[in-house]
Design a binder for this molecule. Structure first.
Ligand code: HMG
Length: 388
């Protein structure tokens, strides 16, 4: 019996800022963003959108298909949690009308936790092959204005259904891990934006890739040449290109830069116009590969490198299942991305600065999202979600 990803769907906000606009305001060359970091647009969450509403929007198509009664566990991965105690997935559980004996938990380790959730979901399904586990990763990436990280913001959620005999990607049990206590990126409880040592974070990312890959090679007989495509954690698309070149060099692949680019370019398409979505980003990258690659991917092996600052990293592998193309949500994703509205710099600042009450003050939240779920109000310290 194989275990893996049976269905995948993502969601991002209906607003974005073109990095050309940011570059103009900052008097920076647009190419620094378009080429240097490889990003063109970044998603900006609407005032009435948060990790819960994005997660529910991402998961809705999956739940509508399999039925809300069939999901036994919901694992919610995020690093931009809205509560220190209550799992964000519990709100999603209600919004999606999941059964009341469905287990719900929230997981955290920077951008890595969705991978931990998927591995644990695979283990649950291996124990109970009839079960279906819903893994949702949802984040809003925020850095300080006028900081180097500002151009790498973004937002998004991805929902993955983990089952036995999956229809999209079989996940193999061999993994390579690397953990080290470092301060490359972190967000203390009292801050709404991340603190980051940007250049150092890119170095630690690359070091973790090397160490996780070496550990993977001890666990698996697979070599670099056994993989057709690679999905990397995507803080910005240039990071994946650097990582892939490093991995190829380490393995003396002999592939040209063009050949290496072909192994990752389709994974970058969506993230380039959404931005960093932290826990969701690598899996939006996988969706981008499955939905945009012109080759038939059936039987092709994919290498995954998941990285979460702080840091924990994992390399693992998957094989695309024959017929996968019949179960994608390609048209819906493209329509969603095409329908987004560009904001100018002032509108961007308004979205960035939209009040996020922390003192119990009650407020109605203005409508902005075009999604199915919205955060309508905060009252008596309670978040009130509605279905549109
Ligand atoms: P910076 O320091 O302002 O940028 O910010 P830079 O000066 O290093 O320039 C970036 C690249 O653009 C360079 O290319 C320049 O040469 C090039 P490189 O040398 O790196 O190949 N460039 C140009 N190219 C073409 N035309 C031009 C031009 N000008 C410059 N005119 C930095 C870069 C990544 C530090 C910043 O964006 C940042 O701090 N980002 C946030 C941190 C981050 O994303 N780190 C990534 C690794 S850590 C990670 O992935 C985890 C994370 O997702 C969080 C989590 O796990 O939870 C962040």
């Amino acid at each position: 019996m194989s275990v893996g990803i049976d269905e995948i769907s993502f969601y991002t906000s209906n607003y974005y800022l073109d990095l050309r606009t940011l570059a103009e305001v900052q008097n920076t060359d647009t190419e620094k963003y378009y080429q240097g970091i490889g990003q063109e647009k970044m998603g900006m969450a609407a005032p009435d959108e948060d990790i819960v509403t994005m997660a529910a929007n991402a998961a809705l198509p999956l739940v509508e298909r399999v039925g809300s009664d069939s999901i036994s566990t919901l694992m919610f991965a995020t690093e931009t949690g809205i509560d220190q105690s209550k799992a964000a997935g519990v709100y999603v559980h209600r919004l999606l009308n999941l059964r009341d004996n469905c287990r719900v938990v929230e997981m955290k380790q920077a951008c890595y936790s969705a991978t931990a959730a998927i591995q644990m979901a695979c283990a649950l399904v291996a124990r109970q092959p009839d079960s279906k586990v819903l893994v949702i990763a949802s984040d809003i990436a925020r850095y300080d204005l006028d900081s180097p990280g500002e151009a790498t913001q973004g937002c998004g959620a991805v929902a993955l259904l983990i089952t036995a005999n999956p229809r999209l990607v079989e996940i193999h049990p061999e993994v390579g891990n690397y953990t080290e206590d470092v301060m490359d990126f972190w967000r203390p409880n009292y801050r709404s934006t991340a603190l980051v040592d940007g250049k150092y974070s890119t170095k630690i990312y690359l070091k973790s890739l090397k160490r996780a890959w070496e550990n993977f090679r001890e666990a698996s007989s697979l070599a670099f040449s056994d993989f057709s495509y690679f999905c990397y954690h995507l803080p910005f698309s240039r990071m994946a290109q650097k990582a892939h070149q490093q991995l190829a060099k380490l393995n003396k692949s002999g592939l040209s830069l063009e050949q290496l680019e072909q192994q990752i370019e389709d994974t970058l398409i969506y993230n380039r116009i959404i931005g960093n979505s932290y826990t969701a980003s690598m899996y939006i990258g996988l969706t981008s590969l499955l939905e945009n690659c012109r080759q038939n991917l059936a039987g092709r092996r994919i290498g995954f490198f998941s990285y979460g600052s702080g840091c924990v990293a994992e390399f693992f592998s998957g094989t695309v299942v024959a017929g996968y193309e019949n179960w994608l949500h390609r048209d819906a994703h493209r329509q969603m991305l095409d329908a987004r509205k560009e904001v100018d710099y002032d509108e961007y600042l308004q979205l960035y600065r939209y009040p996020d009450p922390r003192d119990g003050e009650s407020c109605e939240i203005e409508r902005g999202t075009t999604g199915r779920f919205r955060l309508a109000a905060i009252s008596h310290h309670k978040r009130e979600y509605t279905v549109c």
